[in-house]
Design a protein around this ligand. Structure first.
Ligand code: DAH
Length: 347
């Protein structure tokens, strides 16, 4: 004789096939254990059995119940797991690196700076960094720029409040006011005070002037300063280096013109103009690109070099201005607006 309820476990397994949600699970469970359930019906039979058969039947029921409960527990575990992953969303591996965000191009000013720096690196110049906050000594006095020079005027220069303390900027004297540097030439002084000749340095950096912003002016802009100090350096060396630079930057057809000028820290001083066929669209036939000259003996004296022993040249150029010529940009403010439509053009 077949054991009572023998097929129940197999049936329950079949019923639970494809049951994925809790309501369906409960519904299926009720078909076995509910008031009208199959197992409940089986248990009720015990009442109508002869007394001597009851214990064996009871044992049989207990075993069957345990088996059925195990089957339902397994199904419930699967449903629980399903509910859990549904709450978590699709599977993810948190140990994987995040997908790379799209890469932007280098800022056009960075690109221009790197281009200029790489030309001078090949001539043996190394890059040094100055500080944005300067002292009047490094920015003006040591550069032979007297107290009544207009560059030092409140109208041109951002001074820090007297009594300000700037930890990483060395002062020469207690009366030496801090300011935001108006040019990178101050790095010449810092470098010469810290090192002995010979020197070949290039110093890119941020500069500040009290300018009202328009298409060609910005209160914050960038320059690159150059300085070479050695023995018996002449204007010929200066011209050879800058001619080479301009041709490397603008192409072999570019020409230069040196115009006498005045800077307090160089003697003689020049402004350098360039002319280039393929950059002809900028308007004038000659365009000013930088200032330069032979380092003034007064500057050497200010840093403790002997002007009878050493000589050298210095130059300074604006990065924005060069980037504007190179790319035909007509408004300096475009560099600072972080407009992706502008920046993407330099990819
Ligand atoms: N400092 C000048 C400026 O801000 C640029 C300059 C001119 C730098 C002549 C020099 C130089 O080193 O010799 O316009």
């Amino acid at each position: 004789m077949a054991e009572p309820g023998e097929s129940l476990v197999t049936e329950a397994r079949a019923d639970l096939e494809g049951v994925e949600t809790r309501p369906r699970l409960e519904e299926t469970k009720a078909r076995y254990f509910g008031p009208k359930g199959a197992f409940t019906a089986l248990r009720k039979q015990i009442g109508s059995l002869p007394k001597e058969e009851k214990p064996a039947f009871g044992q049989r029921l207990n075993a069957l119940k345990a088996e059925l409960e195990a089957v339902f527990a397994e199904a419930e575990e699967a449903v629980r797991e399903r509910e859990f992953t549904e709450r978590l969303g699709p599977p993810e591996d948190p140990t994987l690196s995040s997908p790379d965000p799209p890469r932007g191009p280098l800022h056009p000013l960075t690109q221009t700076r790197e281009r200029i720096v790489s030309i001078f690196r090949r001539l043996g110049f190394s890059v040094v960094e100055g500080t944005d906050v300067e002292t009047a000594f490094h920015c003006f006095d040591a550069l032979n720029t007297p107290p009544d020079h207009p560059a030092r005027d409140l109208q041109d220069t951002y001074y820090l409040r007297s009594g300000s303390e700037v930890d990483n900027v060395r002062r020469e004297g207690s009366g030496d006011p801090y300011l935001l540097r108006t040019h990178t030439s101050s790095t010449q002084i810092r470098t010469m005070l810290a090192h002995s000749p010979p020197l070949r340095i290039l110093s890119p950096g941020r500069c500040f002037r009290r300018d009202t912003a328009d298409a060609t002016h910005s209160a914050n802009f960038h320059q690159i300063e150059g300085l070479l100090v050695d023995r018996q350096v002449s204007v010929r060396d200066l011209k050879a280096v800058l001619d080479h630079f301009v041709r490397e930057l603008l192409g072999p057809d570019a020409r230069t013109r040196f115009r006498p000028h005045f800077f307090p820290y160089t003697e003689p001083s020049f402004e350098v103009d360039f002319s280039s066929e393929h950059l002809g669209k900028v308007g004038a036939p000659w365009i000013e690109i930088m200032g330069c000259g032979m380092v003034d003996p007064a500057v050497f004296e200010a840093v403790g070099y002997d002007p009878a022993e050493v000589s050298g040249f210095a130059f300074g150029l604006g990065i924005e201005r060069i980037a504007m010529y190179l790319h035909g940009i007509d408004d300096i403010r475009l560099f600072y607006q972080n407009d992706e439509r502008f920046l993407r053009q330099f990819a």
